[in-house]
Design a protein around this ligand. Structure first.
Ligand code: SF4
Ligand code: SF4
Length: 313
């Protein structure tokens, strides 16, 4: 899949929904990725790695970069006219192969903090659910010709796998566009259940933030409404990804007078990116969709009420 070609990702999504076996957490598959394979590192080039907010928290901390610096150096924001959900991609190198900036001859140089999509590969999550629409959600094992780590076909469970609630941040980012990569063989040439694989890959923390991210990304006003206007788009990228800028916005404006926040929560957000991100994802539902996900200071509400009364007179 060529970098930035999200239409190809959409086509892949349709193929998966139509043709791939529906897997559940107990479905089993064989897979082993290691440096002895002839495909080693081949998958870490010319690929769309969709970054979640928690991916950026982990990666920029690992690289000792500010969030703005990370965004400028390592990300791109593809945009198509039909696109409803904003997307942030890992920027590939500007070389012929479009290699990932973090791949080395020994494998992934950010392995402990690699993105969710890279952890999950070759397992993916497909979902047609939204916050207001029931839909199907299932796991699948992506079979790509260039990947020689597969040891056998996945075994689907008895019925379409809608029972799982885990795995990622919603439809577009749930496609397994990333790669699992390590200089060391993983736990051996073995059969995995989907649940064992996810546990081995350490996706639980990512999934917890993914659930909060879904509350924004799968919001009906985003999915069914007009595209976000530029100001709201800027707020989206700031609160989801550019936490240094969001922190300045919170602490260096009238923000803390506007919202009713506990003092210890405010102090935590001063230094803790995870706490700030959790709050930011809630606040976005207020800022983008006017949902009461954060509490406005009663004095501010009263002042607004009085101003409206004065206008009417
Ligand atoms: S596994 Fe590492 S090197 Fe490979 S694409 Fe992901 S971040 Fe890049
Ligand atoms: S993920 Fe697949 S293509 Fe990539 S190195 Fe492992 S086995 Fe090879």
């Amino acid at each position: 899949m060529a970098t930035h070609e999200l239409s190809e990702a959409d086509a892949l999504k349709q193929t998966i929904l139509k043709d791939y076996p529906r897997l559940g957490p107990d479905s089993r598959f064989r897979f082993r990725c290691h440096s002895g394979l002839d495909c080693f590192n081949r998958c870490c080039a010319d690929v769309n790695i969709v970054l979640t907010p928690y991916d950026v928290v982990r990666l920029r901390r690992r690289l000792s970069l500010g969030s703005t610096e990370f965004m400028v150096e390592h990300t791109v924001r593809p945009f198509t006219k039909e696109q409803k959900i904003p997307v942030l991609l890992l920027k590939m190198r500007d070389d012929e192969a479009k290699t990932c900036p973090f791949v080395t001859a020994q494998g992934c140089s950010v392995y402990a903090d690699r993105p969710w999509a890279c952890r999950m590969y070759p397992v993916g999550v497909a979902s047609s659910q939204t916050r207001t629409r029931a839909g199907e959600e299932f796991y699948f094992v992506l079979q790509e010709d260039h990947c020689h780590g597969h040891g056998g076909a996945a075994e689907p469970e008895g019925r379409a796998g809608c029972e799982c609630g885990r795995g990622g941040v919603g439809t577009p980012a749930a496609l397994p566009t990333g790669r699992r990569q390590s200089a060391e063989p993983p736990s051996g040439d073995r059969e995995w259940s989907i649940a064992e694989w996810m546990d081995d890959q350490g996706v639980a923390d990512y999934d917890a933030f993914g659930e909060l991210f879904k509350e924004v990304n799968l919001h009906p006003m985003l999915l069914d409404g007009p595209p976000l206007e530029p100001r709201k788009m800027d707020l989206y990228f700031m609160a989801c990804y550019d936490l240094d800028r969001f922190r300045r916005f919170v602490f260096e404006s009238r923000f803390l007078q506007t919202f009713d926040l506990a003092a210890d929560h405010v102090e935590q957000m001063r230094t803790d990116d995870e706490a700030l991100l959790r709050f930011g994802l809630d606040w976005l539902r207020f800022a983008l969709f006017a949902e009461p996900a954060v509490k406005v200071n009663p004095k501010v509400l009263e002042a607004k009420r009085q101003a409206l009364e004065a206008q009417k007179r």
